[in-house]
Design a binder for this molecule. Structure first.
Ligand SMILES: NC(=O)c1ccc[n+]([C@@H]2O[C@H](COP(=O)([O-])OP(=O)(O)OC[C@H]3O[C@@H](n4cnc5c(N)ncnc54)[C@H](OP(=O)(O)O)[C@@H]3O)[C@@H](O)[C@H]2O)c1
Length: 277
C-alpha cells in the first residue's frame, strides 16, 4: 500500500511498533521502520513487523518519527540531518521533552500518545495525543497522523514538565493507589493478590466513572457525603502508617470536588484532614 502520508519510524519499541500497526490498519503502511539493536529487531520481527536494522538509513518521508528512548532523541535528530531532507517534519513521541532536542530542523514537532503503551501491538485508537509543532506544516502532518490512528488531540502549552507531571498523575497513580490500598489491606488479612482481585474492579469502575462523568459527578464516599465521623475513623485507622499522608492529601482534593456537589461539613472535614493528629 502506498502511504498518502509518508511516515518513517525510527525505533521499533512499543510506541514505534504500535504506531506502525495503527497506520498499517489504516491502509497507510509507513515507508520505513528501523531499529538499532539486534534484540529489538528480533522482537519486532517476531511480532510481525517489517522492520530493518543496521546503520541508520537515508529516509525519504514527509514525517519522521523518533520513537526511541528520551535520551536518544537529540543525537538521532542530529544524525538524521545528513540522511533526510529537512523538508520533512521531524517529531518525537516523548511526553517529557519539548522541541529543543530537535533544534536544527526547520519543521519539527512532538506527538505524545496519552496512553500507557504496554506492548508493541497496543491499540492507540480512541486515545488522545498531545501535539506540539513548530509551524503549520508540522501541526498539519501530526494532525493527519492522529486522524489516521483514530486518536483525539490536544495542544498543551507552557511548561512541558508541568504537562508531563499531569500525565504521570493520571497514568501512574492508579497503580500507586492499588498498592496503597493493598498495604492497608495487609492488616485486614488480605494478600496482595486478593487485594488486586477484589479492589482492582473497584479502581476500574471509579476510573471509568471519573472519565465518563468528570471527577466531581463520579465521586462517591464519605467526603462527598460530608461524613466527618467516618473520615475521623479512617484517620484513626491509618494513623502513623505510610498511607496516612496520601489519604489526607487526596481527601483534601476530594473536598474541592465535594464543594462542587454542595456537600455539607466541608470546613470541618478540611480542618480534620489538614491537621495530623
Ligand atoms: N510506553 C509508553 O507508555 C509511552 C507512552 C507515550 C510516550 N512514550 C515515549 O515514546 C518513546 C519510546 O518509548 P517506548 O515505550 O516505545 O520505549 P521502548 O519500548 O523501550 O523502545 C525504545 C526504543 O528506543 C531505542 N533506542 C534506545 N536508545 C537508542 C539509540 N541511542 N539509538 C537508537 N535507538 C535507540 C531502543 O532500541 P534498542 O533496542 O536499539 O535499544 C528501542 O527500540 C519514548 O520517548 C517514550 O517516552 C512512551
Amino acid at each position: 500500500v502506498t502511504a498518502a502520508l509518508r511516515v518513517a519510524i525510527l525505533g521499533a519499541g512499543r510506541v514505534g511498533c504500535s504506531i506502525h500497526r495503527g497506520l498499517t490498519d489504516a491502509g497507510q503502511t509507513p515507508v520505513l521502520l528501523w531499529t538499532r539493536s539486534a534484540a529489538s529487531h528480533q522482537a519486532a520481527l517476531a511480532a510481525g513487523f517489517p522492520v530493518t536494522t543496521g546503520a541508520l538509513p537515508s529516509v525519504d518521508a514527509e514525517l519522521i518519527l523518533l520513537t526511541v528512548e528520551d535520551s536518544a532523541v537529540a543525537s538521532l535528530a542530529l544524525h538524521m540531518k545528513a540522511r533526510a531532507s529537512t523538508a520533512a517534519v521531524l517529531a518525537h513521541t516523548a511526553g517529557a521533552l519539548d522541541l529543543t532536542p530537535l533544534d536544527g530542523w526547520p519543521s519539527k514537532g512532538s506527538f505524545h500518545p496519552i496512553v500507557s503503551v504496554a506492548s508493541r501491538t497496543t491499540s492507540l485508537a480512541s486515545a488522545f495525543a498531545a501535539i506540539a509543532a513548530s509551524d503549520e506544516m508540522a501541526d498539519a502532518r501530526l494532525l493527519e497522523l492522529a486522524r489516521l490512528l483514530r486518536m483525539g488531540v490536544v495542544h498543551p502549552t507552557g511548561d512541558r514538565a508541568r504537562y508531563h507531571a499531569a500525565a504521570a498523575i493520571a497514568g501512574n497513580f492508579p497503580q500507586v493507589l492499588l498498592e496503597a490500598a493493598s498495604r492497608v489491606l495487609r492488616d485486614c488479612g488480605l494478600s496482595a493478590d486478593e487485594a488486586r482481585q477484589a479492589f482492582g474492579p473497584l479502581l476500574e469502575s471509579a476510573a471509568r466513572n471519573a472519565a465518563a462523568l468528570g471527577p466531581s459527578a463520579g465521586l462517591t464516599g464519605p467526603v462527598v457525603r460530608g461524613d466527618v465521623a467516618t473520615v475521623q475513623r479512617h484517620l484513626n485507622a491509618l494513623a502513623g502508617s505510610d498511607t496516612e499522608a496520601l489519604y489526607r492529601m487526596a481527601s483534601l482534593i476530594a473536598t474541592d470536588l465535594a464543594e462542587q456537589r454542595g456537600a455539607p461539613n466541608l470546613e470541618a472535614l478540611r480542618a480534620l484532614l489538614a491537621r495530623p493528629d
